[in-house]
Design a protein around this ligand. Sequence first.
Ligand SMILES: [Zn+2]
Length: 333
Amino acid sequence: MRLTWLVLLLLFIPHGSVEALQTSHVPVFDGTNAMLHLNQQCQFGPRPPGSDNLTLCREYFTGILESFGWTVIEQNFTYLGVECVNLIARYGAADNATIVLAAHYDTRPLADQDPDPANRTRPLLGANDGASGSAVLLELSRVLPVSVRSAVEIVFFDAEDSGGISGWDWIVGSTYYVSQLNTTRREAIAAMILFDMVGDKDARFLRERGSTRSLQDTVWFLAADMGHDDIFIDTLGGSILDDHRPFLDVDIPALDIIQHNPLPSYWHTVEDTPDKCSSISLQAVGEVAETFVVSGLANDGTFVPNPPDFLYIALLVALPIIVVAVLILTKRR
Ligand SMILES: [Zn+2]
């Protein structure tokens, strides 16, 4: 009888996976630094693929990443005659990262959603759509503890945002990046987190439908735990074609953090300028990301998003066997 009660008790123990994540890490991410990176990118001007402005931007990224000890690799590819570059940052010699943190750093060549037809042939500055995600990554490259860095790869994708213009497709850079991953790398990456349009003054992120649910649960839990549930809204949003898709297509868990439902009013217009963004939003996103990385990594550098769930399942499987064994042993006596 006592055993039956024990079984029932174990079955009804609350067993949330994310609740048990270590959240003792105090993040040091500085939204003001991230905002400086956002402004600096915009000072280069519009940054479409193949442009000199994008080259300047890439040199700026490389200088910052290297100053914090990261090794920077340019992944070159040509698309419709345009030289494109994904920028990859790794720590030390390791190329076996289990977490990929990513953003696109190119900007849309034309402001084709602008209410003024005269502006639709002009390029846009991409303060939120392009610079904000990259700004978060640059500040993360400074604040991530050295002890976790070899488990992290930071990737800036080119050619995300030219879809539908001059025969271009969307998400070209991330598609190329994933095409270059061998089977070992595909299996090693436990989480890809994408930051896209994360800088709006009134940032609101609904749960993107295509993203891997377990990653989303973890990030949304951390955000709520840190008091950012006014930004990370616990509501299902829409499905977005973005740089996380090529990862999902090869079964790599991936999460898109993106303001999309609704899209910002200035999306793909010439009004996508730094004054629409704020360090407070970047701060919230950055400290959630920092905590996610630090709390999700085991001591050996592997990424363990849901260890309590695994233990719970193992217990559930083992328990009936133990019960039967005890009953048999008791009978034999
Ligand atoms: Zn865009």
